[in-house]
Design a protein around this ligand. Structure first.
Ligand SMILES: Cc1cc2nc3c(=O)[nH]c(=O)nc-3n(C[C@H](O)[C@H](O)[C@H](O)COP(=O)(O)O)c2cc1C
Length: 203
């Protein structure tokens, strides 16, 4: 099982694509979407304007996007639900990925401020010496942000900034999203065809 936290940074589509790829690989996913992330999903994906109301379930969103199989591999948890299995080290998930990771959630993770299920599960991953991967999204970065990223690296958190490689010659936002999600899948060790590895293309 991989735990995927979607926090309230721009680019929740990154987390959604990752969940789709993991489910398509036959992996179990426990998903946690923060409240700000729900609103950003409404704004960026459904192109709604505030006040928001309709987004409530990842399963519904994935169905709209055409993923009908493997839904039984997906479980969703409220970000306030500390009774969720992943809030405890006794649940043996393989890795925690926060994608995208807001600067607020980054700050909470590196200071052990576990006041949400996403930050608590990161806390669990760190104390149990399990993989913890973040995709921190902000630009430009302040010294507060870079300091927190440094703390994250020292704690053994793997940092995948959502920075596209232009050498793959992306033609769409989807290409850029796939590149970043592919980088996370590479770290986790899943095969994918989201982008060509360098040198693979016949010249
Ligand atoms: C449309 C929108 C985009 C945002 N993008 C970012 C972002 O890219 N990075 C960031 O750190 N915060 C961003 N924020 C602010 C966070 O949502 C805010 O700090 C929130 O408290 C994060 O809470 P969470 O990490 O618990 O989800 C954005 C907010 C909105 C409304």
């Amino acid at each position: 099982m991989i735990v995927v936290g979607i926090s309230g940074a721009s680019g929740p589509i990154l987390g959604i694509r990752l969940i789709e790829e993991l489910l398509n690989s036959g992996e179990k996913v426990a998903a946690i979407v923060s409240k700000p992330a729900c609103q950003i999903i409404e704004y960026e994906i459904f192109r709604e304007e505030p006040p928001f109301s309709s987004f409530s379930s990842l399963k519904e969103l994935l169905a709209v996007r055409g993923l009908s199989e493997n839904h039984d591999l997906l479980s969703e948890f409220n970000n306030n639900d500390f009774f969720a299995p992943v809030a405890s080290g006794s649940t043996k998930f393989k890795a925690m990925v926060v994608i995208p990771c807001s600067m607020k959630t980054l700050s909470a993770i590196v200071h052990g401020y576990a006041d949400s299920l996403i930050t608590r599960t990161c806390d669990v991953a760190l104390k149990e010496r399990r993989r913890c991967i973040i995709v921190p999204r902000e630009t430009p970065l302040s010294v507060v942000h870079t300091g927190n990223l440094h703390r994250a690296a020292l704690a053994g958190i793997e940092i995948v900034p959502p920075v596209p490689g232009f050498y793959t010659r992306p033609e769409s936002v989807e290409d850029v999203v796939n590149f970043i999600v592919g980088k996370v899948l590479n770290l986790l060790g899943y095969d994918h065809d989201l982008f060509e590895s360098w040198g693979k293309k016949k010249r």
